[in-house]
Design a protein around this ligand. Structure first.
Ligand SMILES: Cc1cc2nc3c(=O)[nH]c(=O)nc-3n(C[C@H](O)[C@H](O)[C@H](O)COP(=O)(O)OP(=O)(O)OC[C@H]3O[C@@H](n4cnc5c(N)ncnc54)[C@H](O)[C@@H]3O)c2cc1C
Length: 386
């Protein structure tokens, strides 16, 4: 279909990638976000090759390579620093045809904003309702403004309001069972070799670092905790306590991080949704499928959605609603599987059934990378550009 007007609510990585793809398709695109200033939540993200391929296809290959970290090896260590497994990621890259890029979220957002045009995003625009007729869909904003187009895309994140409209009822987010701390530090060989993704595991916890652009590491820590445990101290003091006795690089990391710039997140997901569209309104990204970050796929799935939705509109001519149904058919099972796989992996990593976590530690010590890379490749190769 040609000459469509697309209203996108949410300028996160899903909304912005959609805006770029829809603009390239020749559609008139309006993007709205409720914030006064766009600042991504969280510090870094690993963009696996399925997400990178979409960005390549949108002409952003050089830009993503520029901001991405050069991650060449993956290593697991026990909490006291014994190597469990250490391998090159090159076989994975050869299998899937594209290297992954860990990136700082701010860099990714700047890149996407520059590609779409930062001035084209209408900020301070909180969507409070959506309406539709046979012929159009409308987003309504808190200050009374209305924007009507052929399609409304709900890219409004995990707390999505548009999800309520699509489903006809609110959704409850589900606590996955652990708290994640994340941030950026200057890269240094006292922490880990600069081209390695390292993960320390033990006590159902993780501590990890991976390289991102501009000579920095994205780091994260995970600790299973009951829901709603308020932090009694700053991030460093909390991490000192939870990671007491862990290997020296983990201690160095805790001392080098900036507690004021370390995010602390209780990890949630949602149950897979029965539908992602209603008439002319489509959910995209976390609005449609919030997932635990244990596969590193939430953002990548938002980017895949953007590509599939744009192509569903471009390649069919029955009706907008028909194109959106095709999008839903292409995405519902794929994203449901990611939610459930990530949840299962989160449970295994964080000791939901402690014997499974112990078995995972033992399995890691037997790994030469083959199994780990096969699992990652499988997820990547089920993406839309393979
Ligand atoms: C700790 C952690 C680590 C992660 N690591 C990875 C990883 O390594 N790899 C990966 O691929 N994914 C990862 N993810 C997942 C990834 O962050 C999300 O899947 C991704 O940010 C979703 O993008 P989005 O555009 O759908 O939503 P968001 O980025 O949340 O954007 C939603 C936007 O909508 C706006 N908005 C919300 N409501 C309204 C409204 N009513 N009106 C107007 N605007 C509104 C918000 O202001 C926001 O800008 C991780 C997540 C977490 C929590």
């Amino acid at each position: 279909m040609n000459n469509l007007k697309v209203i996108i609510v949410g300028a996160g990585m899903g909304g912005l990638t959609t805006a770029i793809a829809m603009s390239q398709a020749g559609y008139q695109v309006e993007v709205y976000d409720r914030v006064r200033e766009l600042r991504p939540a969280g510090a870094g993200i690993s963009l696996w090759s399925n997400g990178v391929k979409v960005l390549n296809r949108l002409g952003l290959g050089a830009e993503i390579a520029h901001i991405g970290g050069s991650m060449q090896r993956m290593s697991y260590f026990s909490k006291t620093g014994e190597t469990l497994t250490d391998f090159s990621l090159q076989p994975l890259i050869n299998t899937v045809g594209q290297r992954p890029y860990p990136v700082a979220r701010t860099d990714l957002q700047q890149m996407l904003l520059a590609a779409f045009g930062a001035n084209n995003v209408q900020l301070n625009s909180k969507c409070i309702a959506v309406e539709q007729t046979e012929a159009s869909a409308t987003a309504i904003f808190a200050d009374g403004r209305r924007s009507t187009g052929d399609v409304v895309v709900g890219a409004d994140g995990t707390h999505s309001l548009i999800r309520n409209f699509v489903l006809g009822q609110p959704t409850t987010r589900r606590y996955v069972g652990y708290v994640n701390w994340n941030g950026l530090v200057n890269a240094s060989e006292t922490l880990t070799p600069k081209k390695n993704w390292v993960i320390y595991v033990g006590d159902h916890q993780r501590a990890s670092m991976m390289p991102v652009g501009s000579d920095r590491f994205y780091f994260f820590f995970d600790v299973p905790l009951p829901q709603g445990v308020a932090p009694k101290a700053d991030a460093r003091a909390e991490l000192v306590r939870y990671f007491e006795g862990w290997a020296e690089p983990v201690q160095h990391l805790i001392q080098q991080l900036n507690p004021a710039q370390t995010n602390r997140v209780e990890i949630h997901d949602i149950e897979p949704l029965p539908n992602l569209v209603r008439g002319r309104v489509a959910l995209l990204g976390d609005a449609g499928h919030s997932t635990a970050p244990d596969l590193g796929q939430g953002g990548c799935q938002a980017i895949e959605d953007a590509w599939v939705l744009t192509n569903a509109l471009l390649t069919t001519n029955v009706s907008v609603a028909d194109a959106l149904k095709r999008y839903e058919t292409a995405r519902r099972d794929r994203t449901a599987e990611i939610i459930l796989k990530a949840r299962k992996r989160a449970d295994m990593i964080h000791g939901k059934a402690p014997e499974k976590t112990q078995q995972w530690y033992k399995d890691l010590a037997q790994e030469d990378g083959t199994e780990i890379m096969a699992a990652i490749a499988k997820t990547i190769l089920q993406g839309p550009l393979n």
